[in-house]
Design a protein. Structure first.
Length: 275
């Protein structure tokens, strides 16, 4: 049995991943901005759970969480970068502050967590990093472009990390969920910028409306999603990317088809620049 380090473990997919890992006999260093939220999520105080306060934007808190986890369990085998939130707003409508706050959590929070945990995995020459991205990080949409951009950044980080850590015996996977029935579309997990520019009503408006109407109606089952995530860590060969949900598969396939069509259509122009 292994030791998991999970950020954003008090609710949503993070809580379900924590619950599934514990059910299979693993130990979990579960972090959240307030450990009290973890104790509320797991009132039964299951064996193997270490609840620790750690905001991913505070490197010193992450370092303390890793230290506490190593003192308790002696190692870390799986790191799950789950902490993050959504942002709705057309690109021009989104304030600089909102965009920077988003990237502080969704991108730099992951980097902070990696800096805190990877020294342990490297010393062990083993482990698995799971970055919880989004299908929106592979194929984004109007009104969620900045959120998609933060997850596109995570795609790039994961691809590079995969190559950097493979020689050390450490596996890396990015999870690309579609819509899951968590609280992600509620006010606790998504921030909405005002629709301040009328010109974007046609482009961004339908997505805004769909997101607002879809809270609690997403097709994905978070319990099944968590099982799929834990299954990946037990596979003999882990994928670089794993889509979760039929909607995620459909969006990825549609983008791959579009990229192929445009690549073929513009191939002559692309190759004309060669020396």
């Amino acid at each position: 049995m292994g030791v998991w380090f999970v950020t954003g473990a008090s609710r949503g997919l993070g809580a379900e991943i924590t619950r599934e890992a514990l059910r299979r006999g693993h130990s979990v260093i579960a972090t959240a901005r307030d450990a009290a939220a973890l104790l509320k999520a797991f009132p039964e105080k299951p064996d193997g759970l270490l609840a620790v306060t750690a905001d991913v934007t505070a490197p010193e808190q992450l370092a303390a969480a890793v230290e506490a986890g190593l003192a308790e369990f002696g190692r870390i085998d799986v790191v799950v970068n789950n902490a993050g939130y959504g942002l709705v707003g057309a690109i021009e409508e989104t304030s600089d502050r909102a965009a920077r706050d988003l990237f502080d959590v969704n991108v730099f929070g992951v980097l902070n967590t990696l800096r805190a945990t990877l020294p342990t995995l490297r010393a062990q020459r083993s482990g698995h990093v799971l970055n919880i991205g989004s299908v929106g990080g592979f194929a984004t949409a109007p009104a969620v472009g900045l959120y998609g951009a933060s997850k596109f950044a995570l795609e790039g980080i994961t691809e590079a990390l995969h190559g950097e850590l493979a020689p050390l015996g450490i596996r890396v996977t990015i999870i690309e969920p579609g819509g899951f029935r968590t609280d992600f579309l509620s006010g606790s997990s998504i921030r909405v910028e005002p629709a301040a520019i009328a010109d974007y009503a046609a482009g961004a408006g339908p997505v805004r409306e769909a997101l607002a109407a879809n809270d609690g109606l997403q097709p994905g089952d978070p319990v099944k999603g968590a099982k799929a995530v834990v299954d990946v860590t037990e596979a003999a060969v882990a994928p670089l990317r794993l889509q979760l949900g039929a909607d995620a598969v459909e969006r990825v396939e549609a983008k791959l088809d579009l990229v192929r069509r445009e690549l073929d259509q513009w191939r002559r122009t692309s190759l004309s620049t060669a020396i």
